[in-house]
Design a binder for this molecule. Structure first.
Ligand SMILES: NC(=O)c1ccc[n+]([C@@H]2O[C@H](COP(=O)([O-])OP(=O)(O)OC[C@H]3O[C@@H](n4cnc5c(N)ncnc54)[C@H](O)[C@@H]3O)[C@@H](O)[C@H]2O)c1
Length: 388
């Protein structure tokens, strides 16, 4: 069997939780080498996950190990240079979100990977939660008509990941992370919302402030509102915070013929299912879209659907199978390499999400709407682009 040979750069929390176990689970993937600037971390990861080699210098790993693909899971400030080095070595790239800190960094990565003819995918794993895939399929089938309004929420206290699972404190430092709620959790919400709405963002107005945390903890934002106007004319809103211990991740889509609600990481008592759909459309039982038909039972008595033509209009709660979104994402990436296909989350998608994040800071300066694409590089307040 043909196997994709992986090298992982950055053996921190997400590599440990997501990338290493996923590679191990996929028969067509093989972990060949790992790299971490902390030698002890690199050595331990190689030993635990059975990589043949470990490095502290990613350039050496990329040039010596005959890799097919690299996963970049380092602090955000390193993503650009590491992706460009992988491109130079003709190694496909899966880079963690946020793809980069500034719009220029992100587009450099897109251009460098394109020139080198390698695949660039961004690790927006929420697109690989089955409930979000179902939501996308239903939107694309027109089940809720045209999506006119949407919102995505991601609330998660610093302590819930940074304070307990992360291996370093890079997220709290502007020079390494760039920003916080906007780019750490916001990266997921912006990407998921744009994908589900199905239309590029035309302009942005937003606020990113530190309202909760003391200065000596972090200078970065913990309270974020982003309003996005899409090319389709629809509006969507992202809100993120880093002070709610009651974690919430939910996305709501409001179409002119129905609504969909979906949540990826945490449901509240108000959300009893990870996905719910209401369609105003007239369907007979035999014409119901696959997903709605399969999940109407047992909440809605099956025989009602045969009696009532069209079927009654109700919320349909959906409980899809629970599978690892990370493993599904990496499996998809492996498939894209083996079958020479375009990844679901392209470098361009990642760069457009970074444009939204940067536009929030620009909007804070100007106090108004910011058109995309940005005309110049926008550097978040506590970040300085390195080495260029
Ligand atoms: N998709 C998700 O849900 C998700 C979740 C967590 C983190 N992430 C992303 O993954 C990346 C890493 O986050 P984390 O939580 O794993 O961080 P972490 O602090 O747990 O680990 C970072 C690791 O990178 C190493 N490192 C630092 N600089 C390096 C360099 N130049 N070369 C090689 N190794 C280096 C550190 O020693 C550390 O082991 C970030 O971009 C983050 O946004 C994504």
């Amino acid at each position: 069997m043909q196997k994709v040979k992986f090298g992982v750069i950055g053996c921190g929390s997400i590599a440990e939780i997501a990338h290493f176990p996923s590679i191990k689970e996929i028969p067509e993937a093989e972990l060949v080498a790992v790299c971490d600037t902390n030698e002890e971390t690199a050595r331990e990861a190689a030993s635990k996950w059975k990589a043949k080699a470990y490095f502290t210098d990613y350039r050496k790993m990329l040039t010596r190990e005959n890799l097919d693909a690299a996963i970049i899971a380092t602090p955000n400030c390193f993503h650009r240079d590491q992706a460009l080095a992988a491109a130079e070595a003709k190694v496909h790239v899966l880079v963690e979100k946020p793809m980069a800190i500034t719009n220029k960094e992100a587009w450099d990565m897109v251009e460098g990977c394109k020139k080198a003819g390698i695949k660039l995918m961004v690790g927006c794993d929420r697109r690989f939660c089955i409930q979000n895939e179902y939501a996308k399929e239903l939107v694309d089938q027109g089940v809720i008509g045209k999506v006119l309004m949407a919102n995505a929420i991601m609330y998660e206290h610093w302590d819930l990941y940074q304070g307990s699972i992360a291996k370093t404190d890079f997220r709290l430092k502007g020079e390494k992370a760039g920003a916080a709620a906007v780019s750490d959790t916001g990266a997921h919400a912006i990407d998921l919302l744009t994908w589900l709405v199905g239309s590029e963002v035309k302009r942005v107005v937003g606020v990113a402030k530190r309202l909760a945390m003391p200065e000596d903890y972090t200078l970065l934002d913990d309270t974020v509102w982003i309003l996005m106007e899409h090319k389709s004319g629809s509006y969507s809103c992202v809100t993120c915070n880093r002070f709610s211990r009651a974690a919430i991740q939910s996305t709501s889509l409001y179409g002119n013929e129905g609504s969909i609600m979906t949540s990826s990481d945490a449901t509240t008592p108000f959300q009893t299912a990870p996905l719910a759909v209401f369609t105003d459309k007239d369907y007979n039982a035999e014409d119901l879209p696959r997903i709605i038909r399969d999940y109407r039972y047992p909440q809605l008595f099956w025989a009602e659907d045969l009696v009532n033509r069209p079927v009654s209009k109700r919320w349909v709660p959906i409980y899809p199978p629970r599978e690892s979104n990370y493993a599904r994402m990496i499996k998809h990436f492996v498939g894209c390499i083996l079958e020479d296909k375009e990844p679901r989350v392209t470098g361009e998608d990642g760069a457009k999400a970074v444009e939204v994040m940067c536009a929030v800071f620009k909007s804070m300066e100007t106090g108004g709407w910011v058109d995309l694409p940005l005309k110049e590089e926008v550097v978040p307040p506590y970040y300085e682009p390195q080495g260029r």
